[in-house]
Design a protein. Structure first.
Length: 270
């Protein structure tokens, strides 16, 4: 059994700040988080690092933000690898997986978080808007998971967590492409869970509701008020709240949970 001292880490980023204590329950694990430079992905990457995991920080269009996240992770005393890749491109996803495995030797935890949105009512939606959302949000998950799954199976251990959306469960006007991609992740999650349970690989999906991120900050005030009126808890969620759930699913305490779609939406969809 690890000692208490080996399971916690104390750190303060600036003099005078409160010292934070984190359970190091993911020490020795390696995580790959796609779309980790901002929003939910950023918070997930930081949460896993705070709990001791080495983290590969995937990004595509935001190298400065990815480096900021990586610097913070280094301050936690764990290893980090920022890696640029367009996950919708099969070759790029394979190359990213190779870089991460070459650097860390393996991937224990895969968080499929990267995504894009191109909103429009369906009768006005372009083929390009449809194709790009499906390419990144669905095919991108296939590309990264396909590149990682065989090494996981060979090692006989893994945690795969797909970041879906309440939009995939309930639909939302102007987001038929996004809803199609995210709802497809539910079936993919369940199929992968069935196929890989005998290798001690769990596969789950987290379906956030409306979370305070860069994407939701652009919502017009009148639409935002309408959304809030339909959320029983009366507020948008915080990225950190999603990260806590993902962190639990990534750890040993969740080893009997697989094939599940877990909502975190303030009661918006029950």
């Amino acid at each position: 059994m690890p000692t208490t001292a080996s399971r916690i880490m104390k750190f303060a980023s600036r003099p005078g700040e409160a010292v934070m204590v984190r359970d190091r329950d993911l020490s020795g694990r390696v995580a790959l988080v796609s779309g980790a430079s901002h929003g939910i992905g950023r918070c997930v990457a930081l949460h896993l690092a705070q709990h001791g995991a080495a983290v590969a920080v995937n990004y595509f269009n935001s190298p400065e933000e990815a480096e900021t996240v990586s610097e913070t992770i280094r301050s936690f005393g764990v290893e980090v690898l920022p890696v640029c890749a367009d996950i919708g491109d099969q070759h790029a996803a394979n190359q990213m997986a190779s870089e991460v495995i070459e650097e860390f030797g393996r991937v224990d935890i895969l968080i499929n978080n990267a995504g894009v949105n191109h909103d429009a009512f369906f009768h006005q939606m372009s083929h390009e808007a449809w194709d790009d959302v499906l390419r990144v949000n669905l095919t991108g998950v296939f590309n990264v998971t396909r590149a990682i799954i065989n090494p996981m199976r060979q090692r006989g251990y893994g945690r795969i967590i797909n970041i879906a959306s309440v939009v995939g469960q309930a639909g939302y006007a102007g987001q038929a492409n996004y809803a199609a991609a995210k709802s497809a992740l539910f079936g993919m999650t369940k199929s992968l869970a069935l196929e890989n349970a005998d290798r001690c690989i769990t596969v789950n999906a987290v379906a956030p509701g409306f979370i305070e991120t860069r994407m939701t900050r652009t919502i017009p005030d009148n639409i935002r008020e309408d959304i809030l009126s339909r959320i029983p808890l009366g507020r948008l969620g915080r990225p950190e709240e999603v990260a806590h759930l993902v962190g639990f699913l990534a750890g040993e305490r969740a080893q009997y949970i697989t094939g599940q779609i877990i909502g975190i939406n303030g009661g918006l969809y029950m």
